[in-house]
Design a protein around this ligand. Structure first.
Ligand code: PBG
Length: 332
């Protein structure tokens, strides 16, 4: 510890020039740290902007391939794929359909040159595919409708296997059912996909900041909310238990979500575990910044980079962000 104080010590000496500031910068941010989410939808030539997320689109597979090529040119680390199926049902069968929307997208992306430099991550969940919009199987009990944990595991496992077989480099379960990482690992191993890594959304909080995503992915719950399976925002110790359990079940990497209101959770995870940690700057974080940019209340370029740098400094190795392309353009 340097105990000298002013005037021997002057912190401003190392802030005087760009080159000095660059030399002593502790945290880096590079395009390769960034993962860009894509929302795939049926059709051809479709590019439909999401109302609450300016600059984010529902894309048909052909358009998604173009996005991927741009993402690769910009040096992004990878893509996170979500799907809007043609039809939905009670079980969410579109999620594990070998000809489902994300499966089609994966096969097309795998054939493009972009796939060589991008990690293709497939989100594993049922909420975009179920008519009720919940992330698991819904059953009626004497006390009302409930999301039933154990029967959901089989459906999530089938989904993960189907996505891996269609070409996903990584599967990322975001449903928050108990035991799903173990079930998915077991299913992947049994189906010849032992080399497919699992990025588990280990600590995923029930958050208001997912609102715009539910418009983008058409996945809002039709009744109730997700608080019986996603975590209570007040709980840091519980987040650590979730992480320990997911790693115990075989998760290769963990994803923390949302990012900005939960930077302390990312930091605590970083200090606790050695596995790679990703953080998801979620839709609401994107939308509120975009709204401020539109009003001219915040400087766009600096705010984008500062929001991402803060997440890296908290301890995330990589960041899922709708600003991935914008940030990469600023960094390149
Ligand atoms: C699916 C899922 C959600 C998000 C990622 N995967 C929505 C939710 O849990 O309601 C949110 C991502 C975002 O807000 O950008 N379960």
């Amino acid at each position: 510890m340097n105990t000298m104080s002013f005037p021997q010590t002057r912190m401003r000496r190392l802030r005087r020039t760009d080159s000095l500031r660059a030399l002593v910068r502790e945290t880096t941010l590079e395009p390769g740290d960034l993962i860009y989410p894509l929302f795939l939808c049926p059709g051809e030539g479709v590019r439909r902007e999401v109302g609450s997320m300016p600059g984010v689109f529902n894309l048909s597979v052909d358009e998604a391939v173009r996005e991927a090529e741009e993402a690769a040119r910009l040096g992004l680390g990878g893509l996170l794929l979500f799907g809007l199926p043609e039809t939905k049902d009670e079980q969410g069968s579109g999620a594990w359909d070998s000809n489902g929307i994300v499966q089609q997208g994966l096969r097309a992306l795998k054939q493009s040159a972009a796939a060589k430099s991008l990690v293709l991550i497939a989100d594993v969940c049922l909420c975009e595919y179920t008519s009720h919009g919940h992330c698991g199987v819904v059953v009626e009990t004497p006390s009302g409708f409930e999301v039933d944990n154990d029967p959901s595991l089989d459906l999530l496992s089938r989904t993960a296997v189907s996505l891996a077989k269609a070409g996903a480099d990584v599967v990322a379960p975001s449903d928050m059912m108990d035991g799903r990482v173990g079930a998915i690992r077991h299913a992947l191993d049994g189906e010849g996909c032992a080399d497919t890594p699992i990025l588990s959304y280990a600590s995923k909080f029930a958050s208001a900041f997912y609102g715009p995503f539910r418009e983008a992915a058409d996945s809002a719950p039709q009744f109730g909310d997700r608080r019986s399976y996603q975590m209570d925002g007040a709980n840091l110790r519980e987040a650590m238990r979730e992480i320990d359990l997911d790693l115990g079940e075989g998760a290769d990497m963990i994803l923390m979500k949302p990012a900005m209101p939960y930077l302390d959770v990312i930091r605590a995870a970083r200090e606790r575990v050695g596995v790679p940690i990703g953080a998801y700057q979620v839709s609401g974080e994107y939308s509120m910044l975009q709204a401020a940019f539109q009003k001219g209340w915040l400087d766009r370029d600096r705010s984008i980079l500062e929001s991402l740098l803060g997440i890296r400094r908290a301890g995330a190795d990589f960041i899922v962000t709708y600003f991935a392309k914008d940030a990469a353009k600023l960094l390149n």
